[in-house]
Write a protein that binds this ligand. Structure first.
Ligand SMILES: CC(C)(COP(=O)(O)OP(=O)(O)OC[C@H]1O[C@@H](n2cnc3c(N)ncnc32)[C@H](O)[C@@H]1OP(=O)(O)O)[C@@H](O)C(=O)NCCC(=O)NCCS
Length: 186
């Protein structure tokens, strides 16, 4: 069973497990058919999907190889969920972690993703002794590219037509950051 502890308390936001009271906020941005189109998941069309997803996540905690955990990003002032972060220790070596993230459209451009990921990197590379963090993004996802490069992630490669999304094959970039790179820069 997942614990319900706060993973990270940051200046303006908290990264914490989803709770029952988050269903409506989670459903609102996960059902948006346009805002997250480059992520490639099918938008929710019923609130029960958000409830089921949150209930499933309650069974997860950070650590098991190959398992994604999805945590909410909550505004400290309101405890409202404004986005989420996914993390998955790789199945063949859990000292390496893949991440994904979303900020709800009305909350973008305020530095929330940057604050969340910077906090997460310090926790992963510090407390959790993770060796390498990676992220994969659509080559046309300019907001994500800016975010990742601004945090010091290196573009390590481009894969051609490697992701099927909305009826077309899409190209992707692989980004990565090593523990020593983060620690020496921060
Ligand atoms: C990518 C995303 C998480 C960024 O969230 P955000 O909270 O708006 O990002 P921030 O405000 O922290 O901005 C971080 C940096 O990216 C830049 N940035 C943000 N959106 C941008 C955009 N649309 N175009 C260009 N730069 C952008 C900011 O200027 C900032 O740059 P700085 O470090 O020089 O100040 C958000 O746009 C999103 O959820 N997109 C849809 C989901 C998605 O594609 N997720 C990634 C899947 S791999």
């Amino acid at each position: 069973m997942a614990d319900d502890k706060v993973y990270l308390k940051l200046q303006r936001i908290t990264i914490r497990p989803f709770q029952d009271q988050d269903v409506a906020d989670f459903f609102e941005y996960r059902s948006d058919p346009v805002a997250n189109i480059l992520q490639g998941y099918t938008p929710f069309n019923a609130i029960e999907q958000a409830r089921d997803y949150i209930n499933e996540q309650k069974k997860h905690s950070f650590g098991p190889a190959g398992q994604w955990i999805q945590l909410g990003i909550a505004e400290n002032a309101s405890d409202k969920i404004i986005g989420d972060i996914g993390m998955r220790p790789l199945d063949y070596d859990p000292r390496m972690v893949e991440i994904g993230f979303t900020v709800a459209a009305p909350f973008r451009g305020k530095g929330y993703a940057k604050e969340a990921l910077a906090g997460l990197f310090s926790w992963l590379f510090g407390e959790k002794r993770i060796h390498r963090v990676m992220a994969i993004t659509d080559t046309e996802n300019h907001a994500t590219i800016c975010l990742l490069e601004g945090l010091g992630m290196r573009q390590e490669g481009k894969t051609l037509k490697s992701f099927w999304n909305n009826g077309a094959w899409r190209d992707e970039y692989l980004y990565a950051l090593l523990s020593e790179e983060w620690i020496s820069a921060n």
